[in-house]
Design a protein around this ligand. Structure first.
Ligand code: AMP
Ligand code: GLY
Length: 450
């Protein structure tokens, strides 16, 4: 059994680790963006390459003669790597380009839900650039929508992948209607389309599912922390850390919230099948927000979350290779998927100046020789030099996951392990603490009581 894995981060390390736990004993041939020490220990071969060069990746994949490929990151999926590999006869756990538009186009995702009667979006409108002559009218329409329909509570979404930096929110990144209209016009000029939507108030969470066409099997729900600093302050990042609970839900969600999110993932998988005429095969990641009267969709992704995958994959007790095979051949069923009923807390170690600068790039960090059994360590943007030193890149460095019977125990394990990493690094001590979780529970209780 040989698996070709495309990876750019700790998420790829977690995927590789889950795959090699399979009784099918697969060999991993990995295409990575850096000389990743985690992947080096697990994979038979690691090729450091440009993962956006579809021809280079296709050549590597063909030479690897894999049973299937797993594509972890959004950019190559959005660019059509699954189409390319499948045309070479290599089945993929990753959707084809037109199905991946659920992530790569915010307008496609909103329009799809609307067309298929999935009532989970905020108020939204898609604006499209037609011609330079029409610019003034378009800007006037956008202002009118933001002001009169959304009452200044708006979100502007760039309609293409932009490394999580294409969304700007009123009251946070954009302070006035002028700011919003200016950014919206920038978006339409750059990519032709912009989505403007109502700003929702609530608490976000992620529900990822294994999907093969209309069969959808959920993983435990996870909550991410996008802001760089303690107390959810500072600039947005790819995600500073996450937690999940032993019961598969989250402490601030009602049973109905989770059931509704699960039903929405199922409806979206079916809508994709109906719309695109072929099955989505891969991971569907619903980005939800719990609001006063239920849940709404913030966005969809067509891949595992990073760090969300670091929480759930270590808990997967069933054969991950078999799950991948069943996604490909259409035999996926909930019987194949079992997660240990444990809580997890992940804290990302990042360079000190992340995300504003890359001042520590190339500097050394020192990790303990061993971590306790209830801790997992996943390498992200770090590389190993010839002497075995672990060197920082510019992005998130190492995801450290604590596992326990409760979030409290998992948090203590993750925190203690993070404190043992020496070097010019930073992490959020507050992620998964009782205090931080209680704040979310209280916030939702107040919101629901209004
Ligand atoms: P997205 O890339 O669509 O996930 O957006 C990035 C972030 O922007 C989300 O994680 C939210 O924090 C915020 N956001 C996006 N859409 C909305 C919305 N309709 N209301 C409030 N916040 C939003
Ligand atoms: N943790 C956010 C993401 O993977 O998109």
């Amino acid at each position: 059994m040989r698996i070709f894995l495309v990876s750019n981060s700790a998420r790829g390390h977690a995927i590789a680790e889950a795959l090699v736990r399979s009784p099918q004993k697969p060999e991993i041939i990995a295409a990575c963006t850096s000389n990743d020490p985690g992947m080096k220990r697990i994979a038979k071969e690691v090729h450091v390459t440009d993962i956006m060069s579809l021809s280079k990746i296709a050549a590597l994949a063909k030479a690897a003669k894999p049973d299937f490929a797993f594509i972890a990151p959004d950019d190559p999926i959005g660019a059509g790597l699954a189409d390319r590999l499948e045309s070479e006869g290599i089945p993929c756990v990753a959707p084809k380009k037109h199905l991946a538009r659920i992530e790569s186009s915010k307008a496609f995702a909103r329009d799809l839900m609307k067309k298929h009667g999935i009532d989970a979006s905020p108020k939204f409108r898609v604006f499209t650039f037609t011609s330079t002559d029409e610019q003034t009218r378009l800007e006037k329409d956008i202002r009118g929508y933001m002001d009169h329909e959304l009452h200044g509570q708006y979100v502007v979404k760039y309609d293409a992948l932009k490394g999580g930096k294409g969304v700007k929110v009123s009251g946070e990144h954009l302070l006035t209607i002028d700011d919003g209209a200016r950014y919206a016009m920038e978006c339409v000029k750059e990519c032709g389309t912009v989505v403007i939507e109502e700003k929702l108030i609530g608490i976000e969470f992620s529900l990822m599912s294994f999907v093969s066409g209309t069969t959808v099997v959920d993983m435990p729900a996870v909550q991410d922390h996008k802001r760089a600093y303690t107390g959810d302050t500072g600039p947005n990042t790819g995600g500073m850390g996450t937690y999940s609970d032993a019961n598969g839900s989250l402490p601030f969600l009602t049973d109905k919230d989770l059931a509704d999110a699960s039903a929405i993932n199922k409806k979206v998988a079916k809508a994709l099948m109906d719309e695109c005429g072929e099955p989505f095969k891969g991971i569907l990641y619903g980005g939800f927000i719990a609001v006063a009267d239920g849940v709404r969709v913030i966005e969809y992704n067509a891949r595992f979350g990073d760090p969300e995958s670091l929480n759930v994959l270590p808990l997967l007790e069933s054969d991950f290779v078999k799950i991948c095979q069943s996604i490909i051949d259409g035999s996926l069923s909930s019987n194949l998927v079992h997660f240990a009923p444990k809580a997890t807390v992940c804290k990302y170690i990042t360079p000190k100046s992340y995300p504003d600068a890359k001042d520590e790039k190339g500097q050394k960090i020192i990790l303990p020789e061993r971590f306790p059994d209830n801790v997992r360590v996943y390498f992200g943007d770090v590389s190993e030099d010839a002497n075995g030193n672990v060197l920082l890149g510019g992005s998130r460095s190492i995801g450290i996951v604590g596992i326990g019977d409760s979030i409290e125990l998992a948090e203590k394990a993750a925190q203690a392990a993070c404190e043992k990493v020496a070097g010019p690094v930073h992490f959020r001590a507050d992620i998964g603490t009782q205090e931080s979780i209680q704040k979310r529970i209280d916030f939702m209780q107040k919101l629901r009581a209004k």
